[in-house]
Design a protein around this ligand. Structure first.
Ligand SMILES: Cc1cc2nc3c(=O)[nH]c(=O)nc-3n(C[C@H](O)[C@H](O)[C@H](O)COP(=O)(O)OP(=O)(O)OC[C@H]3O[C@@H](n4cnc5c(N)ncnc54)[C@H](O)[C@@H]3O)c2cc1C
Length: 440
């Protein structure tokens, strides 16, 4: 796993550095215009390569996402976007301060077209970064944000290619022109793959809803069956998730991620546990048996399969965060895995405990110790009450905690607190996995 992660990381940085190396060392070099000017050009090319690589990071190539986990890649994508924007701003500031004549007038009617394209690219990238960082504060609905994000990223990239080609600095030899053509074509290839190739694949492998039943806590179990294909097959691991499209074509960019609450052992049929939060999840609640759905998956690394050597597991779930955990537990029961599993399951009330009876039944089939933690327990409640804390965890965890692997899924304050306490209690940070139900 680490070697594969290192391979993809090296490939990524190689792709970022390649354009600059070619520009510096391939063929004749244009007469230099001094350190600051060359630095500004270098920054511009570096930022361009980074923006191009951003499309690859979110193209969901399974082999590349697997060693890291898709949430880590999305985080990387976010941080690199900020870094690339800072770098491209550096490119512009140096020119603005030291070489004002190259920046030209701001009025697009009189400014050279290639300089205007540079400004358009900068503006698009800035809006993409700001709307992503402050989406919630700007009260930007997720679906609308996604359209803005994808649209402006493409416009910004095309404008940047035009800017570089129009300015022509450092792109004067055949080799350098070939390089920029290759970068542009790979970018177009990625767009074609994510916006056309993947949706076509999903259209060819539809799923049919066979059941939609209410669970406790306002959640719903949406059960799907592959329609004329084998489903996720050997790719699927317990605890993974898929992007779900309902009542729309896979081309519509209206897909939402959900963890499978069932394990591959119960496949090819699968079930999602969905809690209504907004428009899409409300629509999922109303979905009827017989309707067609499309899935892109499976993805994710929140799975016990990554730790075959673990002597036992600790699971911490908050509310609907139970879904990938219940899938891992179901897989253990189906496999006759007798390793000890301790589940801390936090909910507001006893009635809100989704999969309550299923978990009880699982505890009869495996070595599962369930600790329900209720914020507002009923009067006769003798179990744990309040918020999950170190005392509750310590009371129920085995004395010998060395080597245990923990899986945390729930609201960020819960997973962050549990992570800190579990480390204090002796679990290795590298053996604590969290799944966040939010990608930006
Ligand atoms: C890896 C993963 C697994 C998940 N598993 C489950 C699950 O098993 N059960 C469950 O109920 N929920 C799950 N979620 C959360 C679920 O995807 C969101 O609740 C749902 O997309 C909300 O959409 P909405 O239109 O109903 O609500 P909105 O009000 O539009 O969204 C609520 C919040 O959900 C997030 N969100 C919305 N749309 C998307 C999207 N397309 N992609 C990513 N995030 C989005 C945003 O942070 C948004 O602020 C999971 C999320 C992730 C990232």
């Amino acid at each position: 796993m680490t070697a594969r992660a290192a391979f993809w990381a090296i490939l990524y940085f190689g792709l970022i550095l390649l354009p600059m190396l070619v520009l510096l060392f391939a063929g004749e070099r244009a007469p230099g215009r001094g350190f600051w000017f060359e630095l500004s050009m270098g920054l511009g090319f570096a930022a361009m390569a980074m923006f191009a690589a951003q499309f690859a990071l979110t193209a969901r190539f399974r082999r590349a996402t697997h060693p890291f986990g898709i949430d880590v890649l999305y985080d990387f994508h976010r941080i690199l976007a900020i870094a690339a924007l800072a770098i491209v701003l550096g490119h512009w500031v140096i020119l603005f301060v030291g070489f004002r004549e190259t920046v030209g007038p701001i009025d697009p009617r009189v400014a050279p077209w290639e300089i205007t394209l540079g400004r358009v690219a900068l503006g698009c990238f800035a809006i993409v970064v700001v709307t992503s960082e402050f989406r919630k504060r700007l009260r930007l609905e997720y679906g609308l944000w996604r359209y803005i994000h994808a649209g402006l990223a493409v416009i910004g990239f095309i404008a940047a290619v035009g800017h570089i080609g129009g300015v022509g600095y450092y792109t004067d030899t055949a080799l350098k022109q070939t390089l920029w053509l290759a970068i542009t074509l790979s970018f177009l290839g990625l767009i074609a793959w994510t916006r056309i190739g993947k949706p076509v694949q999903q259209l060819r492998q539809p799923w049919r809803i066979v059941e939609n039943r209410p669970e406790r806590g306002g959640a719903y179990s949406l059960v799907l069956e592959p329609e004329g294909h084998d489903g996720f097959g050997h790719l699927w691991r317990p605890g993974q998730f898929a992007w779900l499209t309902l009542r729309a074509s896979p081309f519509a960019l209206r897909e939402h991620p959900f963890s499978m609450a069932t394990p591959p052992e119960e496949g090819p049929r699968l079930a999602f546990g969905i809690k209504p939060q907004g428009d899409f999840t409300a629509m999922a609640r109303d979905a009827r048996p017989g309707e067609i759905a499309y899935l892109d998956g499976p993805y994710g690394v929140f799975t016990i399969d990554r730790f075959p050597d673990a002597p036992g597991f600790v699971f911490v779930a908050g509310g609907i965060g139970i879904t990938p955990i219940v899938a891992n537990l179901r897989a253990m029961a189906a496999r006759g895995d007798r390793r000890r599993a301790t589940l801390f399951y936090c909910n507001p009330t006893w009635d809100a405990v989704a999969y309550r009876e299923d978990l009880e039944a699982l505890s009869q089939r495996m070595d599962l110790h369930i600790v329900h933690v209720l914020e507002e327990p009923p009067e006769d409640w003798t179990g744990e009450a309040g918020l999950l804390d170190g005392e509750i965890l310590e009371r129920h965890l085995p004395e010998d905690r060395r080597g245990l692997v923990a899986f945390l899924c729930g609201p960020p304050p819960l997973t962050a607190a549990a992570q800190g306490v579990l480390v204090e209690l002796g679990l290795a940070p590298s053996r604590i996995e969290s799944e966040l139900f939010e990608l930006v």
